[in-house]
Design a protein around this ligand. Structure first.
Ligand SMILES: [Fe+2]
Length: 407
């Protein structure tokens, strides 16, 4: 029998963020967010911490003495981000760590001892959770976490539109409140999360600074917004994960002068092609039995035409390798798109005339819902060499769809 997970979210965070922001009596954010884990690779892990204000942060690993952690003040808010990459760990081993924050010589925070398992590309089994389209609705996140048990995940994938048009208002209070809820709710001190951007995270005055919250290999948080590279890939246990950034929800029809800047985003999607070609050419999946493609906007979508540019640019590369499953969000209502089964989509052609186009996806696609309680879902993904399964779980706890694959 599985023990019910302890609930990491405090009651105060269950209220919608909008209510908290509107109510000056709402509980203020704690002075510390984290620690939380990022960028897991075989034998390597990043520990991050956010503090209100600067000072000094020390990290102790396996009770082996403290090391100083580098901090950077995030521009335009009161938060300092601290980031330490721990290397040379034995894959599969358990590691203990703790962090301490001092200001002017006085201790402001000492974390408990946390423990994580070092990522291992040869692990027999692995499990992860996928959340999409939370749009800062922490009540939906909390409702989904009611149905997550301790054994359900080794890591989490945040599949876009977790934040809604990140705003710098009030020190980007909503941005950090959502991060705090995620870090505690996902047990991110022990289990890392990956982040993949959605179209709503490309809007809002804080969009250029969101990069400071993560450790993504090709992403320089200090780079200008247009020069940031958010795509990444991971080899963990039986999974090879390709995490793309599908950009805005523009399409080839979007007027060039739209705030959605279709010309920029088409170039941004093209910037990911050499990276995808490298993954395919170098057989980066290695001996991983399962390759999962992750992108906020589904590459085939019976509900919209937002997929066109990413599909057109990436499909010629992706069809040269084996992809077992695509996971996506964006639509706000869940759906499963089977492989090799044609569907039709009503569109408008370049002259503005209605037309119908037919599509046949090469890969099965599972699309999660959100952000309302009525639509919210979490995906529970697990695999070993023999099989891969996904349960798509609703806020009510009902399993809405099951994917079952055999090697
Ligand atoms: Fe969304």
């Amino acid at each position: 029998m599985t023990m019910k997970r302890r609930h990491f979210l405090r009651i105060a965070t269950l209220a919608p963020v909008a209510a908290a922001a509107a109510n000056p009596a709402a509980e203020p954010l704690p002075p510390v967010i984290g620690p939380y884990l990022q960028h897991p690779s075989p034998g390597v892990m990043t520990v991050m911490l956010l503090t209100k204000g600067d000072g000094e942060v020390a990290l102790e690993v396996n009770r082996g003495g403290e090391r100083t952690v580098e901090g950077t003040a995030i521009p335009g808010c009161e938060w300092t981000v601290w980031k330490s990459r721990i290397e040379g760990l034995r894959p599969g081993a358990e590691v203990d760590y703790r962090v301490r924050w001092k200001q002017d010589g006085a201790e402001r925070f000492a974390s408990p001892v946390h423990r994580f398992r070092v990522p291992d590309a040869t692990a027999e089994t692995s499990r992860f959770l996928v959340f999409n389209d939370v749009h800062d609705h922490l009540e939906t996140l909390a409702a989904l976490l009611e149905h997550v048990d301790d054994g359900d995940h080794d890591f989490t994938c945040l599949l876009g539109d977790i934040w809604n048009d990140p705003s710098p208002r009030n020190g980007a209070e909503v941005v950090f409140r959502t991060l705090d809820a995620l870090v505690r709710g996902l047990d991110a001190a022990s289990k890392p999360f990956f982040y993949i951007r959605g179209n709503h995270e490309l809007r809002g005055g804080f969009k250029d600074r969101l990069a400071w919250l993560f450790d993504i290999p090709a992403l320089d948080p200090a780079a200008k917004f247009d020069e940031q590279n958010w795509w990444h890939s991971h080899r963990i246990g039986p999974f090879f994960l390709i995490a793309t950034d599908t950009g805005e929800d523009d399409g080839f029809h979007t007027p060039k002068d739209s705030y959605k800047r279709p010309e920029f985003w088409q170039g941004y999607r093209k910037r990911q092609v050499p990276w995808l070609e490298k993954l395919v050419g170098e057989k980066a999946a290695g001996d991983a039995p399962w390759t999962v493609f992750l992108g906020h906007i589904p590459l085939f979508d019976p509900a919209s035409w937002h997929s066109d540019p990413s599909r057109e640019f990436w499909r010629p590369v992706l069809t040269r390798t084996r992809i077992d499953l695509m996971l996506a969000g964006h639509d706000h209502s869940w759906k499963f798109v089977p492989e090799n089964k044609p569907f039709e989509l009503k569109k408008t052609d370049a002259e503005g005339n209605p037309t119908v186009e037919s599509f046949t996806p090469e890969w099965p696609i599972l699309i999660g819902g959100g952000p309302s309680i009525r639509e919210g879902t979490v995906m529970k993904v697990k695999a070993d060499r023999r099989g891969l399964s996904v349960d798509l779980v609703h806020t009510s706890g009902k399993v809405l769809h099951e994917v079952r694959m055999k090697a």
